[in-house]
Design a protein around this ligand. Structure first.
Ligand SMILES: *[C@@H]1O[C@H](CO)[C@@H](O)[C@H](O)[C@H]1NC(C)=O
Ligand SMILES: *[C@@H]1O[C@H](CO)[C@@H](O)[C@H](O)[C@H]1NC(C)=O
Ligand SMILES: *[C@@H]1O[C@H](CO)[C@@H](O)[C@H](O)[C@H]1NC(C)=O
Length: 447
């Protein structure tokens, strides 16, 4: 498996070295050339002529072309930033291709970069066309590799701008009412900034494919905001109100795509589960509420993150793993019984900076997460998928964090990932009809 991937990696290197042709031939014709010459290598799983369908949901399941869909996927937040310049684009292609080779079908990534270096949005409503072309490239390239994208629209946290940047803009322009970072949620001028941003992204016409983002089935879903918290209003009303307005706004522009919030999954102050399932007291005072927020009409599926090692410091690994089991089971139960929507665990990971960290713990934790998804999927339950935080490729240590993995450098993780992709493909009946899964999974059955 590893060897197989390496040989593809050198193909990417070859393509990378062809990069100097890009300025002469133009990017599109260069891609066409490469596809003509390497067409027999099945680099593409979504042939260009093939009509793609949008992912849909009915009740607590995702559907694609009328069949239930379960997701094994990953996070690579850096795809757009590496698509701005030609010399880093091969990393994006390599990651998407490697994902496809592991049978992964969905990648979650940032469709924002507000202010700062290589910003997409330079100032409110002002875009850097070079960076937008980078995002065009991410989407076009994902399609070529048969990967769908979950695109997140803003960060609650500071990296890549986030709500702090919006607040600073409003403050600089003299229209901000408060310097609180949470004025992102309650200030009417900042709400307008954000809506304007959303409108520009959703109606962007991709310069490579010619498809408006809102009409492009390569996009699995929009994610409104990464890990929203509004600690200045622990009642949760402020965030709820913002979510109501923004989810309705997105649906007024784009009815094709699924929409999720991007929550961490904590239960709010009125929820009985705040004391039985939340990690600790603080978690119900962040201004978010998994049940109340996810129950909104325009939210198609629930999202949850899993960071037991960040939420508890005094627990050992086994206790954290038991907690992960409880945390996931609880949210799947909520979605099966009350919300009647799919739930996607859009980030899970284990920091290598934990005091008692051992590399084998990652595999154990990932296995726990993936087993729960598999069990739910087998019963046609709401546990619809999980996305690991985070994968990257060689030579980008500065983009990693305590959670980053180059998957082919970690054979147990690589193997587990492929096995999970194959068992999900099997219950979806994909092995026979999809050439990629046929090759990937029949090989595994022999060995
Ligand atoms: C959704 O599922 C229900 C129950 O399985 C079925 O009756 C209904 O036709 C489905 N709706 C659509 C739009 O597929
Ligand atoms: C807003 O958030 C930033 C980044 O976390 C922080 O530096 C700043 O102090 C915050 N502003 C206020 C008014 O709390
Ligand atoms: C979700 O909304 C429905 C309809 O508004 C309501 O009946 C139900 O109680 C809500 N459920 C939760 C868990 O908030």
């Amino acid at each position: 498996m590893k060897k197989d991937l390496r040989s593809h990696w050198s193909l990417r290197k070859l393509m990378a070295s062809n990069g100097m042709l890009y300025p002469i031939l133009g990017f599109a014709s260069c891609v066409a050339l490469i596809y003509m010459s390497f067409g027999d290598l099945k680099l593409s799983r979504f042939p260009r002529e093939q009509r793609l369908s949008f992912v849909q949901r009915n009740g607590s399941q995702f559907f694609l072309d009328g069949k239930p869909l379960y997701v094994n996927g990953w996070n690579s937040y850096w795809l757009m930033s590496h698509s701005v310049e030609e010399n880093t684009r091969p990393k994006v292609s390599a990651m998407l291709e490697a994902g496809a080779k592991m049978g992964l079908t969905v990648c979650r990534t940032w469709a924002f970069n507000d202010g700062g270096y290589n910003a997409l949005q330079i100032s409110p409503g002002q875009f850097d066309e070079r960076v937008f072309k980078g995002l065009d490239y991410v989407i076009a390239e994902a399609r070529q590799h048969g990967i769908r994208l979950i695109l997140s629209l803003v960060n609650n946290l500071q990296p890549y701008g986030g709500k702090t940047q919006y607040v600073n803009w409003a403050w600089q322009e003299g229209i901000g009412l408060s310097s609180s970072n949470d004025s992102f949620f309650f200030d009417p001028s900042i709400r307008k900034y954000f809506k304007n941003y959303v409108l520009s992204v959703l109606t962007r016409k991709n310069t490579i494919t010619g498809i408006e983002y809102r009409n492009d089935p390569t996009i699995f879903a929009w994610e409104l905001i990464n890990e929203p918290r509004c600690i200045t209003d622990p009642s949760g009303d402020t965030l709820q109100d913002w979510l109501e307005e923004m989810t309705a706004f997105i649906k007024s522009i784009d009815k094709n795509h699924l929409l999720t919030i991007g929550l961490e999954g904590f239960y709010g102050p009125k929820s009985p589960k705040k004391s039985t399932v939340n990690p600790e007291e603080w978690a119900s005072a962040l201004g978010s509420d998994f049940m109340r927020n996810s129950n909104m009409t325009h939210v198609d599926f629930a999202s949850v993150h899993i960071y037991a090692d960040q939420w508890f410091h005094h627990l050992g690994f086994e206790e954290k793993r038991n907690y992960v089991y409880k945390w996931m089971r609880s949210h799947i139960e909520d979605c099966d019984k009350e919300l009647k929507k799919p739930v996607m665990f859009t980030e899970y990971g284990l920091s290598d900076q934990n005091k008692d960290y051992q590399p084998s713990q990652r595999e154990q934790l990932y296995r726990t997460v993936l087993d729960i998804i598999y069990k739910s999927a087998k019963k046609k339950g709401s546990g619809a998928g999980a996305l690991v935080w985070q994968f990257f490729v060689e030579g980008m240590a500065e983009y990693s964090d305590d959670f980053g993995i180059v998957p082919w450098e970690s054979p147990p993780i690589y193997k587990l990932t492929v096995e999970h992709s194959c068992r999900l493909a099997r219950i979806q009946g994909l092995i026979q009809e999809n050439e990629n899964f046929k090759q990937l999974c029949s090989k595994r059955e022999e060995s």
